[in-house]
Write a protein that binds this ligand. Structure first.
Ligand code: GLN
Length: 530
């Protein structure tokens, strides 16, 4: 462990979903803008070992790290705000902690000792902090604790972060509590009582925070210094350690709003490292607020149109591309189960994102077919590439072409299960996951888009294109434009006759950054603009 490493622990109070993750990531972005090396970690109370088997409709997108972990969407925020690649150990759920401990106990590692919540679970939690700082060689490590303070299921994390300060020194730990301050419309006032109560809960566990972030139920910066004063008096922090955060129009405004809201004073008391250079964020927010005249409509043909968090990285990647190209983006949600030709016709370009299971797949294949036949810009991501291949094979003469995932028989299975994946369909952490390299065909559109022929994207799939059907797929209008280095797996396809019809077996959306659009998304927006 580096002596100089500092730790920031971010807890939440009153209700969940007030942007604790965004605030934690924004603090990270500010510290990085000061020139510090920052790493981040999430501790989540739930018992699933990872997010891979969680229903994305309930839990939002499953974010895949470069090393192949299936994680919570918060890690996507961390990557977009910090511009650092997380690892599987950037998230620890209670399930993963307990599994690690119980496996160790079963293999006899405890030598007859009783294994207990304190100190064994808490020590393991603390070890994850240290392992992360060593891996990233960080100056500051930020830990976000999922849920709200006082939840029974999160107590081991709260106890671990409290006790940690006695090990590394209280001066090396900064406790940030993000709580919600509701606005009562009838009496026209903010109510601080729930926030006071959550801070009292935190104190009961032995933590007096160094900074309180009050998320306020208003969109403008409120003229409400009395709120800061009140929270400070009741909560044992100085007034300048209370940061008022109104709702932001875009999450990418939060780093700047946090600076405006006074986050620098308590941060500087903790770690003195000069002024942050926020120009990257200022430039981004200027692009977001520029309000261009020209609008581009992108249809997202998807299964979960009622929880758009399911496709968070895709929608963020589209926004980034629109900001870069300088157009106003209108994302049109097309329900894959009900999609009609007129829906495809009404938009300037189409994205078919990743997905699992047969529901809605015919609508996605119809979208690919429409784009192929009508020269409409198309970007296929993972399942979106498989749907494009199915569409082309059907046009190319295999009338019942389909994926084995959706019941295709021999002779029709233009997409089939990868070697070694049989029988693993509902198991966790067993897909082809994380970064894999691919070779792009020289002179292909794809190589031109990437500006390279050796590329890497993150993956999460069990099925692959069946190259026995290449003739029919090509007859249907597609060409393979990239494969795994040994040629065995199809990684990229394109339609030579279309202006912009491209797809990949990977998930480029995970590598898009708000200030650095991914070329495949940028290409789609440019083509749709035409
Ligand atoms: N269900 C498909 C497969 O497993 C596609 C996966 C995805 O889109 N991430 O290969």
């Amino acid at each position: 462990m580096k002596n100089k490493t500092k730790y920031i622990f971010v807890t939440g109070g009153v209700i969940s979903g007030v942007g604790k993750g965004i605030m934690a990531a924004s603090i990270g972005a500010i510290l990085k803008a000061k020139g510090l090396k920052v790493s981040m970690q999430k501790c989540d109370p739930y018992f699933n070992v990872d997010a891979g088997l969680l229903n994305p409709r309930e839990h939002g997108e499953c974010y895949v790290t470069q090393d192949g972990a299936e994680t919570d969407l918060d890690l996507g925020h961390y990557e977009r705000f910090l511009d650092e690649e997380m690892t599987g150990d950037s998230i620890w759920t209670s399930g993963k902690l307990y599994k690690t401990l119980i496996d160790a106990e079963r293999s006899g590692k405890f030598g007859g000792k009783t294994v207990q919540l304190v100190p064994h679970v808490t020590s393991l939690i603390q070890k994850t902090f240290i392992d992360n700082t060593e891996h990233f060689d960080s100056d500051v490590h930020i830990v976000e604790i999922g849920g709200t303070v006082g939840d029974i299921e999160g107590l081991h994390f709260i106890e671990a972060i409290r006790e940690f300060s006695t090990k590394v020194g209280r001066e090396n730990c900064l406790y940030v509590h993000v709580c919600f301050v509701p606005w009562l419309a009838t009496s026209q006032e903010f109510k601080t009582k729930p926030a006071q109560n959550s801070l009292r809960d935190l104190r009961e566990f032995g933590i007096v925070p160094d900074m309180v972030v009050a998320r306020m139920d208003v969109s403008e910066t409120p003229d409400a210094p009395h709120i800061a004063a009140k929270l400070a008096t009741f909560c044992g922090v100085s007034e300048d350690a209370v940061v008022l955060m109104p709702d932001a129009k875009s999450v990418y405004e939060v780093p700047l709003n946090a600076v405006r809201g006074g986050v620098l004073a308590p941060l500087e008391r903790f770690i003195d490292h000069g002024e942050p250079d926020m120009s990257k964020w200022e430039k981004l927010v200027a692009a977001i607020e520029s309000d261009p005249k020209e609008e581009v409509k992108i249809g997202l043909v998807a299964k979960y149109v009622d929880n758009t968090d399911t496709y968070l990285s895709v929608t963020e990647a589209l926004k980034a591309a629109a900001w870069k190209v300088g157009v106003k983006l209108k994302t049109v949600w097309i329900n894959a189960e009900e999609a009609k030709e007129s829906d495809f016709e009404a938009v300037d370009g189409i994205v078919v994102p990743g997905g699992f299971g047969v529901r809605g797949v015919e609508g996605k294949i119809a979208a690919a077919t429409y784009c192929l036949k009508n020269n409409k810009p198309y970007l296929g991501l993972c399942l979106g590439m498989q749907c494009a291949v199915i569409a082309a094979a059907r046009i190319g003469g295999i009338k019942k072409a389909n994926s084995e995932e959706f019941g295709a028989e021999e002779g029709e299975n233009v997409v089939y299960i990868m070697e070694g994946q049989e029988g693993k369909e509902s198991t966790g952490g067993t897909m082809r996951l994380g970064n894999y390299p691919a070779k792009l065909v020289k002179g292909s559109k794809m190589a031109e888009i990437y500006g390279a022929t050796d590329v890497v994207e993150r993956h999460r799939h069990r099925y692959e294109v069946n190259q026995a059907f290449i003739k029919e797929i090509e007859k249907g209008g597609l060409k393979i434009s990239g494969t795994s280095p040994d040629g065995s797996l199809v990684e990229f396809i394109e339609a030579p006759k279309c202006d912009y019809f491209v797809a990949t077996q990977g998930h480029p959306e995970y590598r898009s950054r708000p200030y650095r659009a991914h070329p495949l998304f940028e290409g789609l927006i440019k083509a749709a603009k035409k």
